[in-house]
Design a protein around this ligand. Structure first.
Ligand code: BGC
Length: 415
């Protein structure tokens, strides 16, 4: 073939490819075993459409570090194309005018009819979609190593009283009852589970959604702090600073008996080849059966001027809500699909229970937003709660009544 003709054909080919392919830089904090597997499914699906994925991973559970890095990048005028932003933060970023509208993709793909209104409300700023939901995580779970429980001859606890009784027996048997990582967000994750059991769903909402001062400083909150403090006797002395997935691996390998953590922990069990019912057990956190603390992961998209990058952003947004992606991602992540019509046939019993409870609690009023994971209130109020909770947990002489008073004051100052 004539060389000139070949070059012309090649350049025409790459020109057409170029016109439809763009790059998306994606900020996320999914770096543990199960998380990395899940996010790589998204990368593969985007790349199979000809686009390029530029990975911007910032390690650190619950995304605290990722959010700090994101602020620096955005303020310097160089935000990524997409970022894992969720809950109230979506409103905060929307209010600052950074986010791009996804309404075209949302209308074309009928998002309003695919996901529950409770979820689409979180994704919209000023009535327009600015984020796309990935999954629904349940936070109030307890993960238990089955063999450890069998050997110690005790039952997996269903109430706070049982937790302490079983914890004492496990300690006698030389096992760490509760695997925990001493980081503010993990302390808050356990704290909100205790609060849910003591305050009930209405009281929980009063405290962490309405930020009601009487509830934040009231007797039930004092009781929550009292029980939370008692739990400290059941964790090991090496917990400070430990990452959540390291704590999960202690349950996986039988060094510890239980962990109270959202179902991203299940992603670690799955990645380690463990099966629910056989190797481990998932039950609601003590005293919270019939209640569901939700945490919806999502991606928000930043306004960019490059049309190719915009196309790639739209492709990413559309991919996230496809049944194919919802299935493969959530099988690895430990969460449940966010689509109401999801086929659950490939999911394990924990996920099937979670979907059942998600739907039931949406009707009963027992579906509550996670404070620890940014779903119930602003990042300011959340930060204030984190500080009081973590300082309290780390001070063996702290007084529960004083702590409840401090909690109300700190939240008030952050409002
Ligand atoms: C996120 C999860 C993540 C977990 C641990 C949560 O806040 O919603 O997707 O796996 O933090 O990093």
């Amino acid at each position: 073939m004539n060389i000139k003709k070949t070059l012309l054909t090649l350049s025409l080919l790459s020109a057409t490819q170029f016109a439809t392919a763009g790059e998306v830089e994606v900020l996320h904090w999914w770096t543990s075993g199960g998380e990395a597997k899940s996010v790589s499914a998204l990368k593969d699906m985007l790349e199979s459409q000809g686009h390029t994925w530029k990975d911007f991973a910032v390690a650190g559970g619950s995304g605290t570090s990722a959010m700090t890095v994101l602020k620096t990048r955005a303020v310097s005028g160089n935000p990524p194309a997409a970022a894992q932003i969720k809950g109230h933060d979506i409103q905060e970023w929307g209010g600052l005018g950074f986010l791009a509208s996804l309404d075209d993709v949302a209308t074309a793909n009928k998002w309003d009819s695919l996901v529950p209104p409770m979820v689409s409300d979180i994704m919209k700023f000023d009535g327009e979609y600015v984020a796309v939901p990935v999954n629904v995580h349940r936070v109030n779970w307890l993960w238990a190593n089955k063999e450890v429980f069998q050997k110690a001859g005790v039952k997996v606890p269903a109430t706070m009283d049982e937790f302490f009784m079983v914890g004492d027996k496990l300690k006698e048997a030389g096992i760490i009852p509760l695997a925990h990582g001493g980081q503010a967000w993990q302390d808050a994750t356990v704290f909100e589970a205790v609060a849910l059991s003591v305050l009930g769903s209405d009281g929980y909402n009063k405290a962490f959604v309405d930020l009601d001062m009487d509830t934040l400083s009231g007797d039930q909150m004092v009781e929550t702090f009292r029980l939370f403090q008692k739990m400290h006797n059941y964790i090991d002395k090496n917990s400070p600073g430990r990452d959540w997935n390291v704590a999960t691996s202690m349950v996986i390998n039988g060094e510890a008996a239980m962990q109270i953590m959202g179902d991203w922990a299940k992603g670690e069990f799955t990645a380690a080849g463990k099966m629910p019912g056989k190797d481990y057990v998932c039950v609601p956190a003590p005293g919270t059966s019939g209640q569901f603390t939700h945490n919806v992961d999502s991606f928000a998209f930043f306004q960019l001027s490059d049309p190719e990058k915009q196309k790639a952003q739209q492709a990413l947004a559309a991919t996230i809500l496809t049944p194919e992606f919802q299935e493969v991602f959530n099988l690895n992540k430990g969460s449940i699909p966010v689509r109401l019509d999801a086929d659950m046939s490939k999911f394990d019993s924990c996920a099937v229970d979670s979907m059942k409870d998600f739907k039931a609690t949406a009707k009963s009023g027992d579906l509550v937003p996670s404070m620890a994971h940014g779903m119930s209130t602003t990042s300011y109020a959340q930060g204030a709660i984190y500080d009081v909770v973590t300082n309290f947990f780390n001070d063996p002489n702290a007084d529960p009544k004083e702590a409840a008073g401090k909690l109300a004051k700190a939240v008030k100052a952050a409002m």
